[in-house]
Each structure stands twice: as structure tokens, then as C-alpha cells.
Design a protein around this ligand. Sequence first.
Ligand code: GLY
Length: 336
Amino acid sequence: MYGGLRALRRELEQESWRNAKYTILLDENTFQHCLPLLISSVEALQEAEFIEVPVGEECKSLEIAAQVWQTIMEGGADRNAVIVNLGGGCVCDLGGFIAAGYKRGIRYINVPTTLLSMVDASIGGKTAINFGGVKNSIGHFYPSVLTVIDPVFLETLSPEQLLNGKVEMVKTAAVAQPTLFEQLIKENDIRKQQIIDVARIKNAVVRRDPEDHGIRKILNFGHTFGHSIEAYLRLPHGIAVGIGMKIAMYLSVKKIGLSEEVYRAYSQWFSESFSTLQIPTFTLKDIEQMLPLMHQDKKNSDGEVCCVLLQELGAAMIDVEVSDNEIRGAILHLGK
Ligand code: GLY
């Protein structure tokens, strides 16, 4: 048995979990590839109910949340009910949202199964569903009581899914730990210790600013642009954020003095890593359609797009206003 799951097994044997009634929330993929290992490793979960939700963002809806509430209520779930989220970021976001609302809040455990969710979504208590066509528009800050990171689940992922997660690792390292950033863009393999390092950095940032009023915003580096690209082109989150970081680095060079060397090193890593993917070239028409999406971002104020830029590796500036023209210039520069 592996480290994270072993720790979970031991934890759930403790007195505080004695009356817990577990419901495992999962999707088709984690039902097939991850559930058998989880229940064979963690005795306390052998009798758990499980509920399958649609794969991906489709599960993050009020309708699905209501169906899960209905099911657990009919099953007699009380305040000792515990939701175990077995999946990627979407399952973790949804399960946290369900736990936050049920009987004014029940415990939940995140067992992230993608690299992306291990290093980002499963840590920090952001729970959400999509509503009114806007991603993550309804949700709470409601942390899991446990997040169990076990790299054994990475064996079930494709190289593309791993790369998606690696982008978030590179992002966290860029804003917080330059040496780790340099390692990550030099090495192809992802080491277990690097996953732990990134998860620890995220946890430390979140503890300083659980509700995202200040320092936590550094974790959104590349996301203002990345989210719009993700929505506009329907690209996977990691790849879109990777492009978003390139835009943010370019703006950082132009506006606040990030060295061109960092921009070039990152760009080279990004193009080599994603060489098999057709990274789009954006036209002015594309940009005009993406700008309104950027203006919708939760981080903006006074109608200006506000984003995180880098003065140098490990030194991020939050709430930097950028004009539409600066954004146009940065996006058009992507192909050069
Ligand atoms: N994904 C950024 C955060 O959790 O704040």
C-alpha cells in the first residue's frame, strides 16, 4: 500500500471517525481506475456508499448537487456523514460544495486522482459549481478536513494529463520558489518530492490568506488569460493556463521588469512540452471575443483587467491593471 492511502487508513481508525458514514463521490473514470485501490487499502471505506457523477465540468451543476443531496438524505445521512471526493478538480469542487451545504456543513475528504488536483484544486477549500454560464460562480470557502495525496493514482493518467498538472506546478514554483521552477522546466520527469513541495507551498499560501483577499491571489498567475482561453477554445485547463502564463510573463517583462531570460526559458519549455499539440495562433478577431471574458474575471476592479505579474521568479505582484491594448499586444506576440 502507498503512503497517502496508508495514512488515510490509519487516520480513519481514530476515534473522531467512529460514527462516520462515508459516501464516495466519483466519476466513471475513478470508479473504474481508482475505487478498487481506495477501498482495498482503506478498511473504513469498505462499506461506503458511492455516487457517480458525470466526468468533467458537467458535474459542477446545481442539478447534480441537488441529486447528490437527495440521495444522501434518502440514505439517512446526518451530520456524521462524510463525503470522500475521489477524482480530479471537478469532483473535489463539487463534493466540497455539497458538503458545505448539507445540514450547514459536514466533513469531507479529498482524495485527488489527477496531478492537477493534487497540486491545486484539492488544497485550500475553494468549492464551487458553475452557474449562469459562469465557471465557479457559486461556491464557498470550505476546506476539506483531510487531503490525501497518493502518487499511485498518477499511474492511471495519460502523458497529456500529467503535463496539464505540471503546468500548475510550474506556476506555483514561478511565484514562490525559483529553484523549483528551474528544476521543473529542465527535467521531463515529475518527482514525488516535487509534488509534495508544490502542495506544501500551496498549503502555506492558503493558510496565510484562506479567503483570497491578498497573497493567495499569486496562485492565479496566468489564470486571467488562461481561463478565457480555456472557455474560448475549450482547451484543457493546464494547457490554457500554460498559454496564459506566457502572456502574463510577456506583460511582466514589458510592465514590471521581469528578465527576458525567464520569459525565454519558460517559452522554450512550454513549446517543447506541448510540441505535439497544435497551439493556436490568435487573430485580432479572437482577441476581441476573449477580452469580454477577461473583463468578467472575479479579480478585476473598476472595469480594468487586473492580473498577477512577476517582477522576478518568486516575486509576484497582485492586482496589476493591464489595458486592453497591452493584452492585445501580448497575445499577438505569442506566435513570435
Ligand atoms: N487555484 C488557486 C487557488 O486555489 O487560490
